[in-house]
Design a protein around this ligand. Structure first.
Ligand code: PLP
Length: 232
């Protein structure tokens, strides 16, 4: 098991280096977030032992239980899933990053609930770049206003933007959606905001996302294997 997970991790690291080179970007400019949702703490510990530090979780209960169980390890926890406001305290207390802020109410609660002893929570605003009704994320027209509001909250630190594109094989459509997120980030930077993060790209489309400017790819299946159905 250890060998397999370490091997998959290294293969993903190699694929990221290759995509950076293909895009003419410096080696090391794209960070890897290992998405461990549905996998046990033991699997996280193995991937951590192979050199990975940042892990992403989609479900608050899983974030909480793994963060407590693995508290002795130097892990940076990223919350990347939809968040109900009555669960925001768990994220405020256990996460280092929150990628899926899609409305002001959640941002305000996270800032208010972030413990004083912890540094500000690193935040990305999630944008619904595909315009699909069912998708989480704020509308592209709302993204700049929401990002400005997040940047003004005391216990949050705005780092950038995140998206999940439409599930399609159409590479041009995907590339256009990734590019639209990059353009929103550039618009905020033109206003003077210091942003370093474009969280986009998953197992199936990370090279494409890197070509469009991703600085953090969120990879689950290619490291941990396919997920069994998981209901919450
Ligand atoms: C599950 C998930 C991922 C990882 O997807 P894979 O296809 O398994 O790499 C990335 N981002 C989000 C928001 C997810 O929910």
């Amino acid at each position: 098991m250890t060998d397999t997970l370490a091997h998959s991790l290294h293969a993903v690291q190699d694929a990221i280096r290759q995509a950076e080179a293909a895009a003419g970007r410096p080696a090391g400019s794209v960070a890897l977030l290992a998405v461990s949702k549905t996998f046990p703490a033991a699997a996280v510990a193995e991937v951590h032992a192979a050199g990975q530090r940042a892990f992403g979780e989609n479900y608050v209960q899983e974030l909480e239980s793994k963060a407590i169980e693995l508290a002795a390890l130097d892990i940076e926890w990223h919350f990347i899933g939809p968040l109900q406001s009555n669960k925001s305290r768990i994220v405020a207390e256990h996460a280092h990053w929150m990628h899926s802020v899609d409305r002001l109410k959640i941002a305000e609660r996270l800032s208010a609930q972030r413990p004083d002893a912890l540094p500000p929570l690193n935040v990305c605003v999630q944008v619904n770049v595909s315009g699909e009704d069912s998708k989480s994320g704020c509308a592209p027209e709302e993204a700049l206003a929401l990002a400005r509001a997040v940047a003004g909250l005391p216990k949050l630190r705005l780092r950038g933007l995140m998206c999940i594109p439409e599930p399609t094989e159409d590479q041009r459509k995907l590339a256009a959606q990734f590019a639209s997120l990059r353009e929103l980030k550039e618009a905020l930077q033109a206003e003077g905001y210091t942003l370093d993060t474009l969280s986009m790209g998953m197992s199936a489309d990370m090279a494409l996302a890197i070509g469009e400017g991703a600085t953090m790819v969120r990879v689950g299946t290619a490291i941990f294997g396919s997920r069994a159905y998981h209901s919450h």
